[in-house]
Design a binder for this molecule. Sequence first.
Ligand SMILES: [Zn+2]
Length: 259
Amino acid sequence: MPHIRPQATVDSALRCSDAGMSDAENAARHGVAVKTIRRWRRLYQRRGLPRGQGHCLALCPLCDHVDLDGAAYAELLGWYLGDGHISRQRRGVFGLHIVNDQRYVEDIARLHDLMRLVKPGARPHSRRVPGAVVVTTSWKHWPCLFPQHGPGRKHDRPILLEEWQRRIVEAHPGPFLRGLFHSDGCRAKNWTRRKVAGEWKRYDYPRWQFTNRSVDIRELCCWALDLVDVPWRQSNHQTISVSTRAAVARLDELIGPKA
Ligand SMILES: [Zn+2]
């Protein structure tokens, strides 16, 4: 979990610092590390960030070196690659928008939770569009967390993960797959016929499919499936299928149903 202190603590420590208290004494009084006091002084005293607006000023894991919730990030990355985009808003702030089918109310609630875990203090909001809901959170640092952000559509440009992102997905492949399959996947019922002792019999079986127009994003999906030893195959030029009984059961257990 990120180590984000209540804004009241930050404000109190800054008042002490303003009054001339040493960093060591200040750290001891507020129960935080000396380097945390130094970081607050750098942000608020030297860089002059306005105080008392913690919800706007969540610290960034990349710029400010605060902890990142790896499992939540891996899942949000999957959602972003599946059906998300980043837009530029006013004054250097960006909106992270993730679109989801309006039928999946639990997934929409989960997106709110994920955004709050990745950006502490976030206040995500939902907006209805025809057939879907867009969940949005604003932050200056979304492009730091999702450096795949760029002009044009994701399938028209290379989508490669940075080394730190690969390490997070390697540590949390299940949540990453959950984000990918819950946004751009489906669990479809399928059937086939087989001749047994001279008679045709019908067999029903479920399978998971992931469909995305970006070859890079499909490759990331296959890479993560390999990480959890789930066999897959390319069932058409845009679709990855997981269809053996054991593989579907394993994926069910890892990512749960869309709901
Ligand atoms: Zn940043």
